[in-house]
Design a protein around this ligand. Structure first.
Ligand SMILES: Nc1ncnc2c1ncn2[C@@H]1O[C@H](COP(=O)(O)OP(=O)(O)OP(=O)(O)O)[C@@H](O)[C@H]1O
Ligand SMILES: [Mg+2]
Length: 353
């Protein structure tokens, strides 16, 4: 990025073929308080999640509220401690349980959250907010101030007008631009954007998405973009992971998953997508039933109680993510029925419950 006073770029280690982010077996349980406070049990908010994000690409994570998207993001960033799993950044261990994250690594991964105001200090000016992280990472005060001005222009806010304002003097879209500027001020390689446009109206959402696309190219960034809006994911992401009850149930290139969704849950999500064309609106409820209660131990496939296609094998063993076909190795689905190969292997194996 052509920002004259930026912090030094974090060097690329593994070359273009090495994923920027590798996540393996990430799992997190939370305690569940029961009514009357008698006892508590735990449930897995994120279970055994693995994926890779290629350098310069965007992975979209989509799924209903409560399916574990934010927890997954917080686990990757090391904000929430995981029960098990590992996260590698450009081939290097990002965190190990109990250990603190090194300074350069911490700088390499930044997050932007949905709530634009609560992530900004209400008493700090916009200029100070953007400069703060760069100063923490060792940039002299004067340089950090110049950087803040340059980044404000980059995100479309005139520095002379906004530098000395406080967060409450900005609109939601403007605050989100400040959050983005603040994140890129430390020269990260990976941005995790957790519903960054969900609170914005459609016109502002489109502007912020365009800004993110431009910055990604300019600053050589990689994104994980979390959203419950499939239209947004289709616009911004290269690959998509669909989550259901803490698991990835389908994953692959956006074009493949959107044109040939394999998991019945993905199909239902796509069917319920709001269409601007009245002739293209769904006429029936896309998903029947409710997801099982948190903490309920369920054998087999977690989606089977809501699935029209479920068979005996679905109640017996949990399916695993497997390629939909040998022709499309990156398009993976976790469903005994959708995946022919998996159904055959269902006779002999499957993930334990
Ligand atoms: N610190 C916590 N303690 C206990 N339970 C938690 C905690 N954080 C999250 N959960 C629970 O874990 C599950 C997943 O939550 P999470 O916030 O990750 O979902 P999400 O997919 O981001 O949802 P949304 O779309 O509403 O943001 C939910 O049932 C939530 O209540
Ligand atoms: Mg969330």
């Amino acid at each position: 990025m052509t920002v004259s006073s930026a912090l030094p770029k974090i060097p690329d280690r593994g070359g273009p073929a090495q994923p920027l982010l590798t996540v393996r077996g990430l799992t997190k349980s939370f305690g569940l308080r029961m009514p009357f406070g008698k006892y508590s049990q735990s449930f897995k908010a994120v279970r055994d999640i693995s994926f890779e994000v290629g350098k310069g690409t965007t992975l979209g994570i989509v799924g209903e509220s409560g399916c574990g998207k934010s927890t997954c993001a917080r686990l990757i960033a090391g904000i929430t401690a995981s029960d098990s799993g590992e996260v590698l950044l450009d081939g290097q261990e990002f965190w190990t349980p109990g250990a603190t994250i090194g300074r350069e690594m911490r700088r390499a991964l930044q997050m932007v959250f949905q709530d634009s105001s609560s992530s900004l200090n209400p008493k700090m000016t916009i200029g100070d907010t953007i400069a703060f992280g760069a100063k923490v990472h060792g940039m002299p005060r004067r340089e950090a101030e110049v950087l803040a001005q340059e980044l404000l222009s980059k995100v479309g806010l005139a520095p002379h007008e906004y530098l000395h304002r406080l967060p409450h003097q900005l609109s939601g879209g403007q605050r989100q631009r400040v959050n983005i500027a603040r994140a890129i001020a430390v020269g990260p390689r990976l941005l995790i954007l957790d519903e960054p446009v969900s609170a914005l109206d459609k016109a502002v959402e489109a502007q912020v998405l365009d800004l993110l696309l431009g910055l990604k190219k300019e600053a050589d960034l990689t994104y994980i973009f979390i959203s419950h809006d499939l239209n947004v994911i289709r616009f911004i992401a290269d690959e998509v992971a669909v989550m259901y009850l803490g698991e990835i149930v389908e994953m692959g290139p956006v074009a493949d998953v959107f044109s040939r969704p394999s998991h019945p849950y993905t199909q239902a999500l796509l069917a319920s997508r709001l269409s601007l064309d009245p002739a293209d609106r769904p006429t029936s409820a896309p998903l029947r039933g409710e997801p099982p209660a948190l903490g309920e131990k369920m054998a087999g496939c977690p989606f089977r109680t809501r699935c029209d296609r479920s068979a005996d094998v679905c109640a017996e063993r949990a399916p695993m993510l497997e390629s939909v076909s040998t022709m499309m190795p990156r398009h993976q689905v976790s469903c005994w029925i959708a995946n022919d190969g998996a159904a055959r292997r269902g006779q002999v194996g499957g993930k334990g419950v």
